[in-house]
Design a protein around this ligand. Structure first.
Ligand code: BES
Ligand code: ZN
Length: 616
């Protein structure tokens, strides 16, 4: 790593800066009951027992309290399906029981927890148990894992699911440090978004510390039959034994990615960067849990072509984890900046051709998404009200956000824009910021210093208007132009030359085949390239989606098998959405879904039930 740093120094700087961060952002999170203007909880101590039989976490959450208002005598937290047995405050050198109240459940937000803290205490402790149906946890039986020896559990807290396994002020406007003690059955390993040991003794007793202040949605836990393999001094992979060697091989470029990002945007400030392979039911491609990104096994493709996902999760160590969106309306500050940095990392390691293909694929996904989204949901600074952020998840914050930054880069020049970004990450390190704060910073540090290049009106159009500005970049790729030429020749009966194609060219090819392609041509492709049986989860996805549109029956069994074994929602839900379009396919899809459901994560269940049973 380019810069070694002193943890204590960072923690100190972060505390000072967090204290200076604006009150306005705090009041604006419609997805939390926390009242940060009254009391904050800058440190958490967790003590949890993982009960696989009961599918429950059981234990205590103890918080340090900081009073922001003189007359606050309660602290307000978020919970969802938690059973609270007791609340205590530290007073007169002892824990004393205190009163608490759980409000009626709100469908999206869960239940507000109000705990009496009197006027003097600076510590509160909550005793609780999670529900087996906790929206932020998935519990897998031994039979649902590859080795069939141990069960597996993991969390996915972003955006508002931390509250389903910890009573917490669940707003990204808060930052807190944490320590944790976790108990599992012996022989299993627990890991967290914290300082994981590389040489753990599997005695079922684990302790963790996360010394840098993070938002609640980055608190993460997993437990299962896990082994460790080091890639370099500062990067290791944690995984079930069946995939550990393949994953370590697939992600060998991670240390070089860290170095490249540090050169562009400043020091990596989280000490180690480890990767955890989740079971195939993990609902996302990746999740940037600090020090330990959680990754789907569906990107272990054996050819290193999907490692932009690692670049993406790593990039969040700057955009998202260091500088954090203050509310879910500002998600584009996390995901748009991260998609931009991801692409810059890819360019730096693998050159412009590959980066350009990835940008073009993203752009096409964005255009597809925008076709089915209500215009108001194509706005970067989206109006959510109290809608669940999961319900409006789309490529808009990612790719439209990224295109906005590409636009700024083109206008101001790469050097100027890189310097701006580097300074931005430094100035807001360990803080949460809103879109309004970003705009003010942009106006002052980029627009005003380079007058008459980009107007504030243009910035507002990007951030507050639906769709894309007329002068938005329209990424294309020379490599894809070649693919299209080949496609035209092939459709007329010629041969394809695909020896040099990577996943990218295949995705572009399949996604752009004419929808009136004949079944003879579908079969011809499949026989030559074995697409139905592709081991690459992304290529298989694109092909299976087309197979549904075309009613290409030879792919049915594979489609069923795919839906039964993969739970990454981005790969699963476009298939159910396509199937739901005809009555026969819908009937078939519901049967497959019911069979797959016990293995799906709660998020994958919710999203796909909305597609398959819209009337409910
Ligand atoms: N942080 C996101 C996942 C997320 C976003 C979860 C919002 C809940 C709410 C993660 O970094 C992500 O974007 N994953 C993508 C990666 C892809 C864009 C390379 C995914 O899972 O597909
Ligand atoms: Zn992301």
């Amino acid at each position: 790593m380019a810069t070694k740093y002193n943890l204590k120094q960072w923690a100190y700087a972060a505390t000072v800066m967090a204290a200076a961060s604006s009150q306005s952002a705090w009041a604006e999170d419609a997805h939390s009951y926390a009242k940060l203007q009254e009391v904050t909880t800058p440190h958490l101590e967790l003590d949890l027992t993982v009960d696989f039989e009961g599918k429950q976490l059981r234990g205590t959450a103890t918080y340090d309290l900081v009073r922001k208002s003189d007359d606050a005598t309660t602290v307000h937290m978020d919970t969802r399906e938690l059973t609270i047995s007791k609340a205590e405050i530290w007073q007169d050198n002892a824990w004393q029981e205190t009163s608490f109240k759980l409000a009626e459940p709100h469908e999206t937000l869960g239940q507000e927890l109000t705990v009496s803290i009197g006027e003097a205490t600076d510590k509160v402790r909550i005793h609780y148990t999670t529900a087996p149906t906790a929206s932020g946890l998935q519990w897998l039986s031994p039979e649902q894992t590859k080795s069939v020896k141990f069960p597996f559990m993991f969390s996915q807290s972003q955006p508002i699911h931390a509250r389903s396994w910890i009573p917490i002020q669940d707003t990204p406007a808060l930052r807190l440090t944490y320590d944790a003690t976790v108990r599992t059955p012996a022989g299993m390993l627990a890991v967290m978004s914290a300082d994981n040991s590389l040489d753990p003794e599997l005695d079922g007793n684990y302790s963790f510390s996360m010394p840098q202040p993070i938002p609640p949605y980055l608190i993460a836990i997993a437990a299962g039959e896990l082994v460790v393999k080091e890639i370099s001094d500062n990067v290791a992979v944690f995984a079930e034994p069946y995939i550990i060697d393949d994953a370590a091989w697939e992600w060998a470029d991670t240390p070089a990615m860290i170095t490249a990002t540090e050169e562009m945007y400043g020091p990596y400030r989280w000490d180690r960067y480890d990767l955890l392979v989740l079971p195939p039911s993990f609902p996302f491609g990746g999740m940037e849990n600090p020090r330990l990104s959680f990754i789907t096994p569906t990107v272990v493709s054996g050819d290193r072509t999907l490692i932009n996902l690692i670049a993406h999760e790593l990039a969040h160590s700057w955009s998202g984890n260091l500088v954090t969106n203050a509310s879910w309306r500002d998600l584009w500050l996390n995901e748009g900046f991260t998609s931009y940095v991801e692409n810059r990392i890819m360019e730096s390691l693998f050159g412009e051709r590959r980066a350009q293909m990835e940008l073009a694929l993203g752009y096409q996904d964005l255009l597809d998404n925008m076709e089915r989204l209500a215009p108001k949901d194509t706005v970067l600074n989206i109006e959510l009200g109290t809608r669940h952020p999961d319900d409006v998840f789309s490529q808009v914050p990612y790719v439209k956000g990224q295109l906005f930054l590409v636009y700024l880069e083109n206008k101001f020049g790469r050097e100027t824009f890189d310097n701006f970004l580097r300074q931005y990450f430094d100035d807001f390190a360990f803080q949460s910021i809103s879109t309004a704060e970003f705009k003010a910073y942009l106006a002052r540090h980029l627009l005003a210093k380079n007058p008459d290049v980009v107007s504030m009106d243009k910035v507002n159009e990007w951030i507050h208007e639906p769709g894309l500005p007329a002068d938005a970049p329209k990424p294309t790729s020379n490599a894809f132009a070649e693919v299209e030429k080949q496609m035209q020749r092939w459709l007329k009966g010629g041969q394809l030359t695909t020896q040099e194609w990577t996943t990218h060219e295949w995705l572009h090819f399949i996604n752009n085949l004419p929808l009136d392609i004949s079944s003879v041509n579908m079969r011809r492709l499949d026989e030559q390239f074995n697409l139905t049986q592709s081991k690459n989860a992304e290529i298989a996805h694109a092909w299976l989606k087309l197979a549904i549109v075309k009613n290409y029956e030879p792919a049915r069994d594979r489609l069923r098998n795919y839906l039964l074994t993969i739970g990454r929602n981005k790969l699963v839900s476009p298939l159910y959405r396509e199937l739901a379009k005809t009555p026969d396919n819908l009937k078939w899809a519901r049967e497959v879904y019911q069979q797959a459901k016990p293995g799906y994560h709660p998020l994958t269940q919710t999203v796909n039930e909305a597609l398959l049973y819209p009337e409910q």
